[in-house]
Design a protein around this ligand. Structure first.
Ligand SMILES: Nc1nc2c([nH]c(=O)n2[C@H]2C[C@H](O)[C@@H](COP(=O)(O)OP(=O)(O)OP(=O)(O)O)O2)c(=O)[nH]1
Length: 126
């Protein structure tokens, strides 16, 4: 099973969501930014590193939410979400096609990567 971290980054009562590019797996799906945990890497070190690599920003991690296992046709992933806040740096996308800062009420309107749906639903209850 592939372990993947993702971050729900909040600022000004909104949360950051990103859209995968055409050339990535799960093309055009929306997700929370993050990526695969490397060997011997902690979950928190992974999410901080991935956010810096993908978005060029620094975050403060606040809380781990409930991990979610999802079986895609080609592989299973464990997606481990973290609530975080934007600490500094200007957002620049390295891999994704688009980003949006959304209010909670608009989150379920997006075409999410399937593994993210339970995470969005948990977040809506917080
Ligand atoms: N980062 C991230 N990945 C997610 C989310 N939801 C979800 O199903 N995934 C999947 C997409 C990828 O298969 C995997 C994360 O891989 P990645 O983003 O680090 O790597 P990648 O696209 O370069 O890798 P690959 O799929 O091309 O092998 O987890 C999410 O919210 N954030």
């Amino acid at each position: 099973m592939i372990r993947v971290t993702c971050a729900l980054i909040e600022a000004n009562n909104k949360v950051l969501v990103v859209q995968r590019s055409e050339n990535m797996s799960l093309p055009n799906k929306w997700e929370f930014p993050g990526g695969k945990i490397e060997p011997n890497e902690s979950e928190r070190a992974c999410i901080i590193r991935e956010i810096k690599e993908e978005l060029n920003i620094d975050i403060t991690v606040l809380k781990r939410l409930s991990p979610c296992v999802y079986k895609y046709p080609k592989r299973s992933i464990q997606l481990i979400p973290f609530l975080a806040v934007h600490k500094g740096g200007e957002l620049k996308l390295a891999e994704h096609k688009k980003f949006l800062w959304l209010q909670k009420k608009d989150l379920l309107k997006l075409n999410w990567a399937e593994a993210d749906v339970p995470i969005v639903k948990e977040y809506l209850k917080i």
